[in-house]
Design a protein around this ligand. Structure first.
Ligand SMILES: Cc1ncc(COP(=O)(O)O)c(C=O)c1O
Length: 446
């Protein structure tokens, strides 16, 4: 059904501008269907080519997506500022919200004591001339990454993982270029790829990471970049194993045309070893965010890579945002160096692992196969997402529909365990099993 928003305009620019206004004001909600090209053209008394051009421009900017016979719809999170509530509807009142993919705030280190200590020793303000990557942070990051097998000679700092990935993609690719992404994969990355006007190629994921066949196919289809989540893949929890890393390294070796990006957002929270691909291609980057172990509001990630790739990211930042505040960099360094914080992060990792494993075991006991080797999410394949999400909501649980995370992968729901109390594991698993049970055909009596 078409959305009840009157799109106006007689030129392609005016029509696309009108759609953008609708999205910005919330009149065109995420997922809303736009009229068919011919229908809108007739309504506005313009040629179908004019409307088609407007839709194409909106598609290239990542505001809408066209999916064959489903027509053109507003993307789940289009890149224009709108009220967040319009982009991610709040969980149904009275439900336990397991849809958010956030770390448990109770398990994030308190910042107060570190900010107070920093205030006491911070010294004179840093100015334009001297601000840069904080040398002590870079040294500590190099050491931590080297211990995990990442050859981190060149390092820069970005405002989180996604900022780093955006800078990498923008520096290496041009609109229309293809980028291989995990499918299902991180919703925010899919939104970013669309907003940059890039073409996503979905690479299937199993519990060991992106499949070899999937990466081979993506390369054959002309992917110019590949983004791999090292551990705690979102939404499936996959982690790249030693065997998979070996196979992918062999496949990627000698591909001077491919930018390889690794996203290790689980970082210190991960309970499995890192098997990096870093260095398999001449152009590579390894991004490690502090969001999950230390808090998303710190907005900081370290980015290692080959000299040219790091220079492109750092050089472009220098003519734009400049740098990530050295105050923030010093705060992260203080967190890294504090043994009590390390212990808290370790406990958080154990707590997520325990709740995840208990949920997987309870689901398995109820005959529900699910995935979640690492991280804070469990991915449950379902026959139909709307039915599963609605049935779970009615039973008191809000979970995320898999549509946000997939391109061609099968349907599923994502359940975040960070907000799940251990006492709720079995009731939740029972509710999932009930939600997936085929409904008894009406009118049938035994
Ligand atoms: C796959 C993945 N990468 C990275 C991040 C963290 O990104 P950022 O550092 O931009 O907060 C997340 C957070 O959910 C994620 O799921």
């Amino acid at each position: 059904m078409a959305a009840h928003y009157q799109i106006s305009g007689t030129t392609s620019a005016a029509i696309s501008g009108s759609v953008e206004t609708g999205i910005r004001t919330g009149a065109l909600a995420a997922g809303a269907a736009l009229p068919a090209v011919r229908a809108l053209a007739a309504e506005l008394a313009v040629s179908p080519a004019t409307v088609a051009r407007a839709y194409q421009e909106l598609r290239q900017r990542g505001l809408v997506a066209t999916a064959g016979r489903h027509g053109t719809r507003v993307r789940p999170r289009p890149p224009v500022a709108a009220h967040r509530s319009a982009l991610h509807p709040p969980p149904a009142p009275g439900t336990c919200d397991l849809s958010q993919g956030q770390p448990d705030p109770r398990l994030l280190p308190p910042l107060g004591p570190h900010l107070a200590a920093l205030a006491a020793e911070i010294g004179p303000p840093t100015g334009y001339a001297t601000a840069a990557v904080h040398p002590a942070l870079a040294a500590a990051a190099r050491e931590r990454l080297a211990a995990d097998g990442v050859p981190a000679t060149e390092i820069t700092v970005t405002g989180g993982a996604l900022d780093g990935i955006e800078r990498l993609l923008a520096a290496h690719l041009r609109p229309g270029d293809a980028v291989a992404v995990e499918d299902p994969g991180w919703a925010n990355l899919l939104d970013l790829v669309a907003a940059l006007g890039l073409r996503p190629i979905g690479v299937p994921v199993d519990d060991e990471g992106p499949t070899e066949a999937g990466v081979r196919d993506a390369l054959a289809l002309g992917a110019r970049a590949l983004v791999v989540t090292s551990r705690a893949q979102n939404p499936t929890g996959a982690a790249v194993t030693a065997d998979r890393a070996g196979a992918l390294r062999a496949l990627l070796a000698g591909r001077p045309d491919l930018l390889l990006i690794e996203d290790d957002h689980a970082a210190e929270l991960a309970r499995v070893p890192l098997h990096p691909l870093a260095g398999a291609t001449p152009a590579w980057a390894f991004v490690r965010s502090v969001s999950k172990p230390y808090g998303p509001d710190l907005r900081l990630a370290v980015l290692a890579g080959d000299e040219a790739t790091v220079a492109r990211v750092a050089g472009r930042a220098r003519v734009g945002a400049g740098w990530v505040s050295t105050v923030l960099q010093r705060l992260v360094l203080a967190l890294w160096q504090d043994p009590a914080t390390a212990e808290l992060v370790q406990r958080a990792g154990e707590s997520y692992e325990r709740r995840r494993d208990e949920l997987l075991a309870a689901l398995a006991a109820g005959g529900v196969p699910a995935h979640g080797r690492t991280g804070i999410n469990v991915w449950v394949p379902v026959p139909g997402e709307t039915v599963a999400v609605t049935a779970l909501r009615d039973a008191g649980w809000s979970v995320a529909p898999g549509a946000l995370y997939r391109i061609g992968a099968g349907p599923g729901v994502r359940i975040t365990v960070s907000a799940l109390d251990e006492a709720d594991v079995v009731p939740l698993a029972d509710a999932v099993a009930r939600a997936l049970r085929p409904a008894t055909p009406s009118g049938f009596t035994a």
